[in-house]
Design a protein around this ligand. Sequence first.
Ligand code: XMP
Length: 509
Amino acid sequence: MIVVIDFGSQYNQLIARRVREQNVYCQIEPPDIDIERLKFLHPEGIILSGGPASIYEKSSPRATPEIFSLGVPVLGICYGMQFMVEALGGTVSRAEKREYGFARLRIQKEEALLSGIGDDTQCWMSHGDSITALPEGFEVTAVTENTPMAAAADPVRGFYGLQFHPEVEHTPKGKQMLQNFLFSVCGCRGDWTMKAFAEEAIAEIRNSVGDKQVILGLSGGVDSSVTAMLIHQAIGDQLTCIFVDNGLLRHNEGVRLKNIFTQHLKMNIDYVDAADQFINALQGVTDPEEKRKIIGKIFMDVFEAEAQKIENAEFLAQGTLYPDIIESQSAFGGPTAIIKSHHNVGGLPEKMKLKLIEPLKFLFKDEVRELGKTLGLPEELVWRQPFPGPGLAIRVIGEITAKRLSVLRLADAILLEEIRESGYYRKLWQSFAVLLPIKSVGVMGDKRTYENILAIRAVTSVDAMTADWAKLPHDLLGKISNRIINEVQGVNRVVYDISSKPPSTIEWE
Ligand code: XMP
């Protein structure tokens, strides 16, 4: 495995991605990582990331210089290189010219890291400070017009520095450089696969759980489903998944999920039909925040009551993913702003004195999907679009009634059917229908109608932090609109939402 020391660069996750794409496991750790922990991790190599700080600022993040005595190769990128140079006795000064953007990299010496790169390539620079003197044992291996020490190496000790970013696409030979570091310099084998990950995770879960019981809040989303699969394969019936049907799910979804998990996957599912409780409590409520509060509170009550019934329960499993962890531990990043499904059970572990198990906490979303496939999770679940915890309550704008929920469900089912049929389902981050609290005039047959307006929302996104409205073909939109107006009683107008996030959000609430 490789450890990336996180000095706060916006590209840190990308470094981890690039390493894992080579089938080498990689973990991001904060700069103040304890040296004993680092030794315990037994990395084959260490990458020091870039970062926004200047090494001369007092508050700039630093790692212990002991990392250079571990006998493990180190690759410093941008700020990481400057930190390495300074720690080993070289000097860094403010550059006369700040270098940002594309630069032509000329190779001076083809050593292990720059092997196979050729004489000359493009690289992506983003730095204010520059190295003015290298530590003993280092020599310059590449230059750019404004950066005479754009790359340097001390091959004897296995220390390499790049002043530019090999992890970004703008450095076309960056992948080769990282491969050189992983395989030629560090001697990694490249045999980390999801199968290997699953085997290790299963052994670890067995080991930590022993003969105790584990509870999991199953939503049917990818993260909680894959977590359930993994834990189920580790400890079988010692896992109970609590599935709270809040009556705010999509058409047929509760029953369908229940069947997949109980009959097909043979899991121990505690299916709680709490629809009435939720719908009654939501009567007359129109404010979206109020809806969320009510739903959150009832969910906690129902979940807790069910969990109390499980004897010997000592663990609560959650599908926390790596980006949450990285962002909350990052040297400069604050806690993540993304609302994730596991937040729906937030607060429960402390309240119920349960220990947390988060087996996906080192994985990215697409790796979770890959793991799901490896574990045999049905495709339908592996590729499921995200669905908010408060469900259709935030898609029926205004008051929620059984009638309005049923209008939305039907329209939404048609929309999804067409989106799936057209092959767009996987290309979209989300696609759904929203029922508006406005009526408008229409004409059907010879009769005037005064019915609901339904909005269609379809977006592309990588992480829901930003999103683009999807440029769906007009024909497809036309077909969806026709079908909804013809087949769903109570809708006489369909509109398409063409706003992106920001400034809009994905959900309408
Ligand atoms: P917004 O509307 O803020 O949504 O752009 C961003 C993403 O988060 C989802 N979302 C939620 N997911 N519980 C969840 O599990 C929630 O309470 C919740 N609220 C919004 C939303 O569907 C989108 O993918």
